[in-house]
Design a binder for this molecule. Structure first.
Ligand code: EPU
Length: 437
């Protein structure tokens, strides 16, 4: 197995191109199954997770052409011949459950692999199941797959999500756009990737209204058309490079990111001492403006501070003078990565309490979902090896290794490449000293 070798301890300067967002690209691939016409996705990221999704699409007869030169994907779903999706050799991800809606609309049946993805909590799918049943589908589970069936067209319905889940909102959208009648989704997710998915579905002919109070109203239509859609820049990728610039006291221009999608991140970043400059509408320069100060952060659904930003931000807080707190309210087990940082000299502590301003769903459970981070702790690595526990923690480790004096080895890099692609090539225009060995 390959690993990364990083020689750190110097300010990182340079430029990096932000990827198309993983968490929209894979959903856009599923949306393309709702029509028999071809769809073209541009700014399409070359990352492990889209290849896993692509293999699932190909297993049912979808024709895919990856145009890597133009970062485009051409999807032709005309010849889909089966509703039984095979598990790719490289494993599953979170996408199969989303394919059920599209396949039910086409075949009245779907069989998809069980889910995998990062181990950051229980990641239940009860809201998806509830939605499938409300739309008139029956669902069962075998040892290897979910099996769903419906008689005739899916039926529009009213559904209230117990929590504004991204995946469950997507399932509801995929079920409703071609269902009979009107669907109202209450308490839906409104993340930028969801808003892009709605835009894409509208471009295919879907009739979808959104309201200010997390309500989505969908009037089902019998057919949808193919489309062309650009994948928006990945706000998690961009935030990570922003942290690298500030934590290392360097200067990095991140290209291909819409500033509005970074939203509150930009405020927390500046609050703790980071500097930003908009060089072009989609290019932001990140650097350290002031000595770093601590922060109290609570992760939340959009427009709150994204749970996917907390891992890189935790690295930044190790370099801030004072005591910082991060309260993770979206996933119950998302701090497993912190312990390894102590090997590099970080001083962190986990607690089951809800630290911060509010009590969350995990109050009175035994989950270590709040972190205390003391700074400034200079990071030092004497040839330490750290193992990547999950995707976002993986890039956080790369940042930690980049600011740590000495050499760090990072194992389990397939977890990183699933979401960030080929880092060696991507980082070639920055002073980061990273090798794959
Ligand atoms: N939840 C349930 N029941 C459900 C669905 C969700 O209890 O049926 C809970 C989850 O256990 C979690 C919370 O609701 O505690 C939020 O889950 P959500 O459904 O919003 O997450 P997801 O759709 O599984 C996506 C991203 C995650 C990102 C979250 C939150 C993809 C493939 N994944 O996950 O991204 O953290 O939304 O924004 O889109 C990542 O990219 O590394 C990643 C984990």
């Amino acid at each position: 197995m390959n690993k990364y070798k990083i020689d750190g301890g110097t300010p990182i300067v340079g430029n990096i191109q932000c990827l198309g967002a993983k968490n929209f690209a894979t959903k856009a691939m599923v949306a393309a199954l709702l029509t028999e016409e071809p769809t073209q996705l541009t700014n399409f990221p070359d990352i492990g997770d889209v290849h896993i999704t692509g293999q699932m699409l190909e297993s049912i007869g979808v024709k895919l052409i990856y145009d890597t030169e133009n970062t485009a994907l051409h999807i032709n779903p005309k010849d889909i011949s089966t509703y039984q999706v095979s598990m790719p050799q490289s494993g599953s991800n979170r996408i199969p459950i989303l394919m059920i809606g599209a396949l039910l609309n086409r075949f009245g049946a779907a069989e998809v692999p069980l889910l995998a993805g990062c181990n950051i909590g229980n990641r239940k799918i009860d809201f998806h199941i509830q939605a499938l049943e409300l739309f008139g589908a029956e669902i069962s589970e075998s040892e290897t797959s979910f099996i769903a069936k419906c008689k005739g067209r899916l039926k529009g319905c009213h559904i209230t999500l117990p929590y504004p889940s991204v995946g469950a909102t997507e399932t509801c959208l995929f079920l409703s756009v071609k269902a009979e009648g009107t669907t109202v989704i209450h308490n839906s997710a409104i993340e930028p990737e969801i808003q892009e998915l709605i835009t894409m579905l509208r471009s295919m002919g879907a009739i979808i209204f959104t309201t200010p109070e997390r309500k989505i109203i969908v009037q089902g239509v019998p057919t949808l058309t193919g489309t062309r859609m650009e994948i928006l820049g990945d706000r998690i990728d961009a935030a990570s490079w922003a942290v690298l610039a500030c934590a290392s006291d360097g200067d990095i221009a991140v290209k291909g990111i819409r500033p509005d999608t970074l939203n509150n991140f930009l405020s927390y970043y500046q609050q703790v001492g980071g500097g930003i400059e908009f060089l072009k509408p989609d290019v932001i320069r990140f650097f350290r403006r002031n000595p770093l100060t601590p922060a109290v952060i609570e992760t939340d659904v959009y427009p709150g501070f994204s749970t996917d930003w907390q891992q890189p931000f935790a690295i930044l807080l190790t370099q801030a003078k004072g005591v910082s707190v991060i309260h993770e309210t979206v996933y119950e087990k998302r701090f497993g990565y912190l312990k390894a940082l102590d090997k590099l000299g970080a001083e962190t502590q986990l607690t089951t309490s809800c630290l911060g301003n509010t009590f969350c769903r995990y109050k009175d459970h035994n989950y270590e979902h709040s972190a205390i981070i003391k700074g400034v702790t200079p990071l030092i690595s004497n040839n330490e090896t750290i193992d990547v526990p999950d995707l976002r923690a993986g890039l956080a480790y790369v940042i930690a290794a980049a600011i740590a004096k000495g050499t760090t080895y990072i194992n389990g890099i397939q977890n990183i490449e699933r979401g960030y692609g080929d880092l060696i090539q991507r980082c070639s225009d920055m002073s980061l000293n990273i090798k794959k060995i």
